[in-house]
Design a protein around this ligand. Structure first.
Ligand SMILES: O=P(O)(O)OC[C@H]1O[C@H](OP(=O)(O)OP(=O)(O)O)[C@H](O)[C@@H]1O
Ligand SMILES: Nc1ncnc2[nH]cnc12
Length: 184
């Protein structure tokens, strides 16, 4: 069951709030990339709350843990897990987790990287909601789904603040529910 909608900011839709506060940075971190910087959304107190509440409302009652992807996904996952009274899991860049891990490499819009999870951070069969700020090619979320499944979890779904449609991430993640608060 979905929760009630989040409190609007300035009588806007959540998409309008994200559009108003998000910054557009051409040629960062590489020439040709149009970087969508959501840090002003996170810094706007009411906007951050509305974003987290909106992501949670979509998946209410359908997850046991919230996983955040390093680094920007951590902000969303920690706030959402706290608000929902659930545990938070960290999906980390390589070499940061101290115990036995699963590891997955992937390509994304402007780099290649590896993500890791601990092998035993949650019981097998747990339903995991995965949060991140941006969905672009889907490389990052796809690798995260593979990690959660290797560790015995069930992907409850993905929640992102912003989807960049032209980069095809939703198609790449076709087996999973994807909820984006805004899309360009
Ligand atoms: O859909 P994709 O093409 O995979 O791109 C989306 C990812 O790109 C950014 O991560 P980045 O690796 O730049 O991490 P950061 O949060 O550490 O800056 C963003 O936070 C997403 O995780
Ligand atoms: N264009 C973009 N802006 C912000 N984050 C991203 N992650 C991948 N592509 C991105």
């Amino acid at each position: 069951m979905k929760d009630a909608p989040a409190e609007p900011v300035n009588n806007e839709t959540i998409e309008q709030t994200i559009e108003r506060l998000g910054a557009v940075v051409p040629d960062y971190p590489k020439p040709g990339v149009v970087f969508r910087d959501l840090t002003p959304v996170f810094a706007g107190g009411e906007a951050f709350r509305a974003v987290v509440d909106s992501l949670l409302a979509e998946y209410k009652g359908r997850f046991d843990y919230v996983a955040g992807i390093e680094a920007r996904g951590f902000l969303l996952a920690a706030a959402a897990a706290y608000a929902a009274g659930k545990g938070v899991l960290t999906v980390r860049k390589p070499g940061k987790l101290p115990r036995d891990t699963y590891s997955e490499s992937y390509s994304m819009e402007y780099s290649e990287n590896t993500l890791e999870v601990h092998q035993d951070d949650f019981p097998a069969g747990s339903r995991i909601l995965i949060l991140d700020d941006v969905l672009a090619t889907g490389g990052t979320l796809g690798a995260t789904a593979r990690l959660i499944e290797q560790a015995g979890g069930i992907v409850a779904g993905f929640g992102v603040v912003l989807e960049l449609r032209d980069l095809g991430g939703r198609t790449a993640l076709h087996d999973y529910p994807v909820h984006a608060l805004a899309a360009y």
